[in-house]
Write a protein that binds this ligand. Structure first.
Ligand SMILES: Cc1cc2nc3c(=O)[nH]c(=O)nc-3n(C[C@H](O)[C@H](O)[C@H](O)COP(=O)(O)OP(=O)(O)OC[C@H]3O[C@@H](n4cnc5c(N)ncnc54)[C@H](O)[C@@H]3O)c2cc1C
Length: 439
């Protein structure tokens, strides 16, 4: 039996969620439902897995369970970069081993093409754009990262453009950065609108239950998932609930719920847009992984994302949110003095599932229990790809991408509590302090 020790509880401040086209959440579950397949977690990974299972097993009923509303969890809270390039923050050139990097590139392209197709086929209004991304630096060590990443991209044969301080305001408005490496393949999107749109366009043999929090999983001949008002009885379970899988006792101590935070302004007035200058929409990721991500959205809001905390429960905590909001103000005003004090309409946080060795989990965790977990902060593409491939694998299909995922040793083990929290917090605080002006 796997009893849950913590359940999802995100804050209510997510701008993407509140600004999404309206939809009616599917009703919560009650009573007893039997199905061959149950998918737990309706973020990018679970939505992709449920959809693909439905296509591979058209005669079967697939149940998809979400503890909150779709889009309220991390998949609707992120910065909306569907990144094509390998982004190994553990490797000095962000690329690492070229053979592994090539497979990750293929995985990401696979996911991007699915996202593009779904958005077009279902007319999902999620501001999807092929704008690419700027990786920008202001500190000396950030500049060194750009040089290293550039050599990594040469190694992979991927296109880029190096843009110097003088030319950057033409692109971004701000003259804060000293250099940026532009890569054209990243897609930018409104993540909550996308996952909510996907939830409303699932195949007919998928039953989605929202606001249904699973509190216990029992394993016998069948797998029973219990919640306050009933239970699901399944033959096979797919865990797509990110770090919360460890709260059921799976991969104990290996999945780290590291929170990061974002704030979003009101729409800029035309006069403010003119004061800012630069292109109409863009996305910047920091050279230093502890630095600041920025978006200028197509509806002319600016988004700032930085700050980290280790919330071992996986739940939001107000004091970290307040601390992040203060940092967002500083980071924003530093970069946009021409717009200083533009108010934020929204501030929120969300959980990334990280592992110490930056590896994900894909495969079988126990008899009839399968999982695609731990996207290490890159779940838009990785979750979409791994959810789909998990379903393909369960349908007996194997290709080079599945073989690649199955061959991964997965997230490594960490020391037990309280050493774990102590170590992760030290690491996060040290990283954020060292980021200097990149934060
Ligand atoms: C501020 C921020 C910025 C980010 N920026 C980016 C970015 O630009 N690009 C990118 O690719 N990634 C980004 N990420 C990471 C990305 O959001 C995650 O990698 C992605 O959401 C993982 O998707 P997932 O479907 O695997 O898991 P999740 O989105 O975490 O979905 C799992 C779902 O399971 C549900 N669940 C958990 N336990 C239970 C239970 N017991 N019962 C029922 N339901 C349960 C949760 O409510 C949740 O909705 C960012 C994250 C944050 C927080």
């Amino acid at each position: 039996m796997y009893r849950n020790t913590s359940t999802p509880a995100d804050d209510d401040g997510c701008g993407w969620f509140h600004l999404s086209p309206p939809r009616h959440a599917r009703p919560a579950h009650s009573g007893r439902t039997k199905a061959r397949w149950v998918v737990l977690g309706a973020g990018f990974t679970g939505l992709a897995a449920a959809r693909q299972l439905a296509l591979k097993f058209p005669q079967d009923e697939i149940v998809l369970i979400e503890g909150q509303q779709v889009g309220y969890g991390a998949s609707g809270r992120n910065s909306g970069f569907a990144i094509d390039l390998p982004h190994d923050i553990g490797a000095p050139d962000y690329i690492g081993d070229p053979a592994t990097a090539r497979m990750n590139l293929k995985l990401n392209h696979f996911a991007q093409s699915m996202i593009r197709t779904w958005v077009a086929d279902y007319s999902i209004d999620c501001q999807l754009r092929s704008d690419g991304k700027y990786q920008a630096a202001v500190e000396d060590k950030g500049l060194a990262v750009l040089q290293a990443y550039r050599s990594g991209l040469d190694k992979l044969g991927q296109p880029y453009e190096m843009i110097d301080a003088r030319d950057l305001p033409e692109h971004l408005g701000t003259s804060f950065y000293r250099q940026a490496l532009y890569t054209p393949g990243t897609m930018l999107l409104q993540p909550a609108a996308l996952v909510r749109g996907l939830a409303d366009n699932l195949p007919a043999n998928v039953s989605l239950y929202e606001n249904t929090v699973i509190t216990r999983i029992e394993q016998g001949d069948k797998i029973t998932l219990l919640h306050a008002d009933g239970e699901f009885v399944a033959d096979e379970l797919l865990l797509c609930n990110n770090a919360f899988a460890s709260h059921f006792g799976f991969l104990p101590g290996r999945l780290l719920p590291v929170f990061t935070y974002a704030s979003m302004t009101r729409p800029l007035t035309e006069e403010e847009q003119a004061r800012l200058g630069g292109k109409q929409a863009w996305g910047i990721i920091p050279a230093d992984p502890f630095g600041t991500t920025l978006r200028r959205t197509p509806d002319q809001r600016l988004l700032v994302r930085n700050s980290f905390s280790f919330n071992a429960s996986g739940q939001a905590q107000q004091r970290f949110l307040d601390r992040a909001a203060r940092q967002h103000r500083t980071s924003f005003d530093r970069r946009f003095p021409m717009l200083a004090n533009t108010p934020f309409d929204y501030t929120w946080g969300g959980s990334m599932c990280m592992s110490r060795n930056h590896l994900s989990y894909f495969g079988s965790l126990a008899p009839n229990v399968y999982a695609a977990l731990c996207c290490n902060g890159l779940g838009i593409t990785r979750g979409t790809a791994t959810g789909t491939l998990l379903a393909n694998w369960l349908a007996g299909e194997q290709d080079e991408l599945t073989a690649f995922l199955l061959s991964s040793p997965g997230p490594n083990r960490n020391p037990p509590e309280p050493l774990l929290s102590l170590g992760v917090n030290l690491n996060l605080n040290w990283g954020q302090r060292r980021a200097g002006l990149e934060a």
